[in-house]
Ligand binder design. Structure first.
Ligand SMILES: Nc1ncnc2c1ncn2[C@@H]1O[C@H](COP(=O)(O)OP(=O)(O)OP(=O)(O)O)[C@@H](O)[C@H]1O
Ligand SMILES: [Mg+2]
Length: 259
């Protein structure tokens, strides 16, 4: 069955784009034909994280009739396919809705899972990308403002008939002032799908245009995202153990100031 899953939050900066990019690579690694669509026009960070910025043909060109959708699909890490957005989906909805639907239909012909990286908040662009999906993964940090905003997004998604698969808690710090998994599940009334640690390697990897799942597949963060991908498609996943020797030599190198 073809799946269209939007990765959304309420609050900005909680890790939607990071999770979309890495989860996309994870699903591709499991053999799913996966395509990520950047619906965050203002930021267009998805391409940056995947090291694929500056692509000349975007969804905008397709919907203006200047290019075919096949020309706007780029191959990323692990065989993941990427469509840069280039323009507001909401704007496109009004003007070229038929072409947008046509493009999504064409994409879905060769795609098992379409992941949409939504903008934060509940502005028009965010609503348009939520409405385009059948399923939603909510992303939140364990902090109260992030969870209360996620709740608002969940309520809107329910009204739009989108099935909420669950919530990913990102940037877990095991800080006692943060809410627990059980408390988050009680507030949001959806299952917690994954808990991703707060990991400085995430930003470092992204800064080099490489998702952490590619840069450091053995890290707890990458294993958590692989497990999330496996659970989404009902696959089994055996976490990759970190290379102990590697960790020690890195520590020594760090102490010697060579890193
Ligand atoms: N697990 C993590 N550990 C540490 N830093 C993280 C983690 N996840 C994301 N980040 C960092 O947090 C910042 C925001 O992440 P990201 O851009 O994915 O969030 P977003 O929800 O897509 O933001 P926006 O709402 O602006 O679209 C980035 O600098 C990213 O590297
Ligand atoms: Mg983003």
């Amino acid at each position: 069955m073809k799946r269209v899953i939007v990765v959304a939050s309420g609050k900005g900066g909680v890790g939607k784009t990071t999770i979309t990019a890495n989860l996309g690579v994870a699903l591709s690694t499991f053999g799913e034909e996966t395509l990520v669509l950047d619906a965050d026009v203002a930021m267009a960070n998805l391409e940056l994280i995947l090291g694929m910025e500056g692509k000349s043909i975007t969804l905008h060109d397709v919907l203006s009739g200047d290019a075919s959708i096949e020309d706007a699909i780029y191959e990323g890490p692990g065989g993941l396919k990427v469509v840069p957005a280039g323009i507001s989906l909401e704007g496109l909805r009004k003007i070229k809705l038929d072409r947008l639907e046509e493009a999504l239909e064409t994409i879905l012909q060769d795609t098992d899972i379409l992941l949409i990286d939504a903008p934060a908040g509940l502005e028009k662009d965010a609503l348009a990308s939520i409405a385009a999906a059948q399923e939603m993964i909510l992303v939140t940090t364990p902090e109260v403002p992030s969870i209360s905003d996620a709740l608002k997004t969940k309520i809107i998604a329910n009204k739009l008939g989108v099935d909420i698969i669950g919530v990913v808690i990102n940037r877990e710090l095991h800080d006692k002032t943060f809410l627990t998994i059980e408390e988050i599940e009680t507030i949001l009334e959806v299952p917690v799908l994954a808990v991703i640690p707060d990991d400085p390697e995430v930003s470092r990897a992204s800064a080099f245009g490489e998702p952490i799942i590619v840069k450091n597949p053995k890290s707890p963060t990458s294993n958590a995202i692989m497990q999330l991908g496996a659970d989404l498609i009902g696959e089994k996943y055996q976490p990759i153990e970190p290379d102990k020797k590697g960790v020690i030599s890195k520590l020594v190198e760090g102490l010697l100031g060579r890193r």
